[in-house]
Design a protein around this ligand. Structure first.
Ligand code: FAD
Length: 343
């Protein structure tokens, strides 16, 4: 079978993936970016970035849209598709989606992470009926009502402060004896009269019929069980890696984050990891940008060491799944999207 492989596929159009795609395309590589949901990733719904990367202002979606504009101008192709398998053979890496198999010479995995669930009774049953992961989107729905936020890190405190602008009371449940968030968030939370901080507090269950009515918590040094009447539950207790794709030889840590060095180099030649999916990732958007750019630089070095095997480029039909954002950059194969083979 004749294979047309693009230089680089980037999996995930979060900030790390978009930064990687932009850096690689600026360096002249032909790049395709895959996104399973919507571009922007974790910060899509953050109305006010804090901290914002240097030179960036506004919301998460504004920032992601700017990056999307950049990659469109650079001729990066964008596919709404979820990668479900990755395989390396000879000098080519195959990426499979439910629709087709795509080929590339190098791959950057930037599939990020998602919010961890509590895993307690009632949480899944009441999802989108009071159990929410987006304070920025849903806070106005809880105007004048009581809500519970779970978590002691930056995200939990940031979102508790957003909710406090609308809600009557925000109960903030923190498992340990202190908040791990940045001191400025802790100070703001402690001085906000609408936010009740409950340390040593572990949520055990969510109660409600058609919507959240109460949250059951073991709280205080005596671990007393208490029910907090509320209409909303917002959970920010860390992240889970977005990499359920079986990839032999690609190693991950106990929490599922991919093992790669800060330059994104993994155990598989030609496969790199960047951003929140990478074990040891710095956590902030500035780190996501750095990670993406460093992984793209690693790809450039890798491709220089592994020059193209002169793959044949037949004028294959363009399949529906490929959504070109703009005309390809000058010098890029005019066959355009001839990079995929339907099963
Ligand atoms: C609530 C919250 C608020 C935050 N606020 C800030 C802030 O104000 N300032 C700051 O600096 N940082 C903030 N952060 C941290 C910031 O979100 C991360 O540093 C950054 O988003 C990580 O980007 P990423 O591209 O690595 O991953 P993600 O943002 O997770 O993006 C990964 C993308 O890959 C896609 N994807 C997943 N699996 C597949 C697949 N199989 N195939 C194709 N696509 C796939 C996902 O849909 C997603 O779009 C916040 C985090 C959270 C949780």
């Amino acid at each position: 079978m004749e294979i047309v492989a693009v230089d680089l596929i980037v999996l995930g159009a979060g900030i790390a993936g978009l930064a990687a795609a932009r850096h690689a395309a600026r360096s002249g590589l032909r790049v395709v970016c895959f996104e399973s949901l919507m571009f922007g990733g974790l910060v899509t719904n953050i109305n006010e970035l804090s901290p914002a990367p240097a030179g960036v202002s506004g919301s998460g979606i504004d920032f992601a849209s700017d990056l999307m504009g950049d990659i469109a101008d650079l001729g990066v192709e964008y596919l709404n598709a979820e990668a479900i398998a990755v395989e390396r053979f000879a000098d080519t890496i195959a990426v499979r989606t439910s629709q087709a198999t795509h080929y590339c010479r190098a791959l950057i995995i930037a599939t990020g992470a998602r919010l961890r669930k509590l895993g307690v009774p009632g949480e899944a049953e009441l999802e989108h009926r009071g159990v929410s992961a987006c304070a920025d989107c849903d806070a106005p729905l809880y105007e004048g009502q009581d809500v519970v936020v779970v978590g002691g890190g930056d995200s939990a405190l940031q979102e508790a402060l957003v909710l406090a602008q609308f809600c009557r009371t925000v109960h903030l449940m923190v498992r340990s004896e202190h908040c791990s968030a940045r001191p400025e968030w802790v100070e703001q939370v402690q001085s906000n009269p609408k936010i009740m901080l409950h340390l040593h507090s572990v949520v055990e269950a969510v109660r409600g019929q058609d919507g959240v009515e109460a949250v059951v918590v073991r709280t205080g040094a005596s671990a007393q069980r208490r029910e907090f009447a509320c209409r909303g539950l917002f959970v920010y207790v860390g992240l889970v890696a977005n990499w359920p794709v079986t990839t032999p030889r690609l190693q991950s840590d106990a929490a599922g984050f991919l093992l790669a060095d800060p330059d994104g180099v993994t155990a598989i030649d030609g496969v790199f990891a960047a951003g929140a999916v990478r074990a040891g990732f710095g956590g902030l958007l500035s780190a996501a940008i750095d990670d993406g750019q460093r992984a793209a630089a690693s790809v450039l070095q890798y491709l220089q060491r592994h020059p193209s095997q002169q793959v044949h480029a037949p004028a294959l039909p363009v399949h529906g799944e490929v959504n070109r954002l703009s005309a390809p950059a000058t010098g890029v194969n005019p066959g355009g999207s001839a990079l995929q083979f339907n099963h």
